[in-house]
Design a protein around this ligand. Structure first.
Ligand SMILES: [Fe+2]
Ligand SMILES: [Fe+2]
Length: 374
């Protein structure tokens, strides 16, 4: 039954269907005011509760119980409805140790997610938000600028900027990896995940996604398991919903609370693949991605080198007017060191200043900018 007294503060969403999905605090208030998703979806004006329940879960990890669910399902939902542990719909530990039913559920989620853009909803009173894009920290490898990595994480946290992790977060080199022998970690994968869990957790309310890179994918390929360190990190953080595969679309919906304006920016994320030592290599790869995938900005790690360019595009709109769309290509730096004799040095990698690349997205007005610091 709906508790009307708890609905007064969120009255503006009554009958407005999905509008509440942009306001997580209101969604949680609605959750607290009802016993079942059907009541909540009726109040919002949906004709069925499934769409609303699945979107609330997918976008915010807020679970609304359906009518008539089993005691076990009710307990699972009760466990999963607190905001932070909301992702704990899955068992803990490597996927291989899960029951067949849980593994099947995960595969269905992941394989469907593969063709679904990830949505990030942000409400801010700032005129623009900063998104810090981390890539290739290779935690666990011996040649990492750990102090710089921690310093960057602390700055992202202190500034309440948003963070994304774009693959090769943990080193996870296997025998089959390129340079695998030299890239073997000083830490085991489990230890590297401990490190990441401890250090990345403080950023949690402001993480957009955590993607796989080739180092995470190598584990699946070489070990022949479904165990993915990037997914495992998300699970440890209690936020499986943050996991994305090697490449995909992320849509940032940024609502400027003073004006009520929402700007949406589409990002195409790719960890990167193959080599490329030439100066223009990262941008050429990004341009290839931009040719095939329509977005506002593109990010790619893997080459361990930062670089950025605008790649504007002309098109005619529905009225036949010629318009210009501004787009950004952003290659991300890494935290892996170039040390005489190590893999990166022998492979002839260029030296690169370690760090994180920020991209600012306008909230009050549409704008995108990025900067590279030296
Ligand atoms: Fe890497
Ligand atoms: Fe990589």
């Amino acid at each position: 039954m709906l508790d009307e007294s708890k609905l007064e503060a969120i009255e503006q969403y009554k009958g407005q269907r999905g509008a509440i999905l942009k306001d997580k605090a209101a969604l949680l208030a609605l959750r607290a005011a009802c016993d079942y998703g059907k009541e909540a979806s009726d109040w919002l004006g949906y004709s069925d509760s499934f769409t609303f329940r699945s979107r609330a879960l997918q976008m915010h990890n807020v679970a609304f119980p359906p009518f008539g669910c089993s005691q076990q399902a009710k307990e699972e939902i009760a466990r999963s409805s607190s905001p932070v542990s909301a992702g704990s719909m899955w068992p803990t530990g490597p996927v291989d140790s899960w029951s067949v039913e849980d593994a099947e559920r995960l595969y269905i989620t992941l394989t469907n997610a593969r063709h679904r853009a990830k949505e990030v909803y942000i409400t801010t009173d700032r005129d623009e938000i900063r998104t810090d894009h981390y890539a290739d920290s290779h935690v666990g490898s011996g040649d990492v600028y750990y102090e710089k990595f921690l310093e960057s994480l602390a700055k992202t946290t202190a500034d309440k900027a948003w963070a994304t992790f774009n693959g090769d977060t943990v080193n996870a080199a296997t025998k089959g990896s390129a340079g695998g022998k030299e890239m073997q970690g000083d830490f085991s994968i489990a230890r590297s995940l401990d490190f990441c869990e401890l250090r990345i957790k403080p950023l949690l309310p402001f993480i957009g996604y955590i993607a796989s890179g080739n180092h995470e994918a190598n584990v699946i390929r070489d070990a022949g398991t479904a165990y993915c360190p990037a997914l495992e990190l998300c699970k440890r953080l209690g936020r499986e919903d943050l996991y994305i595969l090697y490449c995909g679309f992320v849509r940032w919906h940024i609502t400027h609370s003073p004006s009520g304006i929402t700007n949406t920016y589409v990002q195409y994320v790719h960890h990167g693949s193959g080599g490329g030592k030439a100066t223009g290599a990262p941008l050429n790869k990004l341009k290839e991605l931009a040719d095939g995938n329509e977005a506002d900005f593109y990010t790619m790690g893997h080459l361990h080198r930062d670089s950025a360019a605008g790649l504007d595009k002309r098109y005619t709109d529905s009225e036949g007017e010629v318009q210009i769309k501004g787009r950004l290509l952003v290659a991300l730096p890494s935290f892996q060191a170039l040390v005489d004799g190590n893999y990166a040095a022998r492979a002839g990698y260029r030296p690169s200043v370690p760090g994180v690349t920020s991209i600012w997205l306008g909230a009050a007005e549409r704008s995108m900018r990025t900067e590279i610091f030296r």
